[in-house]
Design a protein around this ligand. Structure first.
Ligand code: UD1
Ligand code: MG
Length: 408
């Protein structure tokens, strides 16, 4: 057993060493790809700048490729020795690792397809569900535990443990859809996509380290084998993507990051804890629901509006007529307005003093934040939003290790 622990530690260091090497190479070669991307028309306009310059987009694909290279090189280092000697246990872990990489690789491919082909919203929901199937099948074959522990207050009704059966698989499939899209729609200021992913990944790594000597050690080591390479690949990308952006990460990166989190959460058995790190993303998703599901019109871009005179970002707006809203839409609009999640101005016709249309800020956490703090410089806004992410992850740890004692 002591031997096993030692080799686990050695493997972790090997993983760390390859990851760091990969990270340095990635940092060095990233600028060299600029022209290649521009020539391939993989570029986007930085909309919140005075000069509307075009910069390469979908850089997440280089990041994803490096992640695969690092994890593939790690496969023989991790499994050769154990497969040769201790067959039973290792096959089990080997298959899990391969399925994890298959799902992530699949998602990188689909994300890149989205960047190149600009897929429809409907497909964006479908793709992660399909990409998570190999993962769910391995979960079914290897683990198939669909029982959850019921919190104290609900135990009189539900008992100590509850078997969710098939519903648990639906939950896991939805987790992949949520993680990928939640990161993609919390976007629009330089550095926020890569930044939030880095903060979440570091939080996952910290929780793995905390649980390292606990009863679920193997699960957390499994997670570390994936999350360390992920951090190593995202960090250089963040450097180039942070304000002022020299590259855009593209949907490739958002899907890659989201799927990596879903994979470690599912196969590492800490999906509920993982979701706690997504507090801002969950809030942003809930805020976005009226626009995502078309109760309120949703423009192509909901990112903050750049004011070239002041060089500050302001909440972006959407205009619509009262008569175009259904009864339910009106109710939702009223509720959001009452809760002050959106800032609304009413355009009144001067002549007959009648309401012409509403002008509402878009339903995102970034616009909501801007309505509270007022117009902000882009670099400062990203910094503040990332600090918010760090604070939320800290709260997640408090809930997990303090508050949950009351419920479990
Ligand atoms: C998501 C959001 C959209 C937001 C966009 C910004 C939803 C439903 N979709 O769309 O509202 O406007 O992300 O990323 O919420 N860009 C910048 N500066 C940045 C980041 C992006 O100007 O810091 C612009 C660039 O023109 C870039 C484009 O946004 O080319 C990328 O948008 P894309 O990732 O294709 O948008 P979606 O993910 O579809
Ligand atoms: Mg995007």
């Amino acid at each position: 057993l002591a031997d096993e622990k030692l080799s686990q530690t050695i493997r972790l260091f090997l993983n760390l060493a390859i990851s760091i090497a990969g990270s340095i190479i990635l940092y060095k070669i990233m600028p060299k790809f600029k022209d290649v991307f521009m020539r391939a028309d993989l570029k986007g306009t930085d909309l919140s700048k005075k000069e509307k310059v075009q910069i390469p987009e979908a850089y997440g694909v280089i990041c994803g490729a490096f992640f695969l290279i690092i994890t593939f090189i790690f496969i023989p280092l991790r499994f050769y020795e154990t497969l040769a000697f201790n067959k039973e246990l290792s096959h089990h872990q080997f298959i899990e690792y391969l399925a994890a990489l298959l799902s992530i690789a699949c998602m990188i491919f689909l994300g890149f397809a989205d960047d190149v082909l600009d897929l429809k919203w409907r497909d964006k929901l479908l793709l992660p569900t399909v990409a998570s199937l190999p993962l769910l099948m391995v979960y079914f074959a290897n683990i198939n535990s669909t029982t959850i522990i019921v919190p104290y207050p609900l135990r009189p009704w539900l008992g100590y443990a509850l078997n969710l059966g098939f519903l648990y698989y639906i939950y896991m499939g939805m987790l992949a859809v949520f993680c990928t899209n939640a990161i993609n729609i919390y976007a629009g200021v330089n550095g926020i996509e890569a930044g939030q992913s880095l903060v979440i990944a570091c939080s996952v790594l910290i929780s793995n380290i905390i649980e390292f000597n606990g009863p679920f050690r193997d699960n957390h080591i499994f997670s570390m084998y994936l999350i360390i390479p992920f951090i190593a690949c995202s960090f250089p990308l963040f450097i180039y993507n942070k304000y002022p952006s020299r590259v855009f990460v593209g949907d490739t990166f958002c899907y890659f990051a989201g799927m990596t989190f879903a994979v470690v959460g599912i196969l590492g058995h800490f999906s509920k804890f993982l979701l706690l790190f997504f507090i801002p993303q969950i809030f942003n998703f809930l805020l976005s629901v009226p626009q995502l599901f078309k109760f309120i019109p949703c423009p192509r871009h909901r990112m903050p509006k750049y004011n070239p005179v002041t060089d500050l970002l302001e909440p972006s707006v959407v205009q619509f007529y009262d008569k175009d809203l259904s009864k339910l839409s009106k109710l939702i609009f009223k509720l959001f307005r009452m809760l002050k999640f959106i800032k609304v101005t009413e355009k009144i016709d001067e002549k007959n003093k009648k309401l012409v249309c509403y002008e509402s800020s878009n339903f995102t956490i970034i616009n909501f934040y801007l309505t509270i703090v007022g117009p902000t410089r882009e670099g400062i806004l990203t910094k503040q939003l990332l600090i918010l992410q760090v604070v939320c992850c800290f709260i997640a740890f408090m809930i997990r290790y303090q508050l949950s004692k009351l419920f479990y």
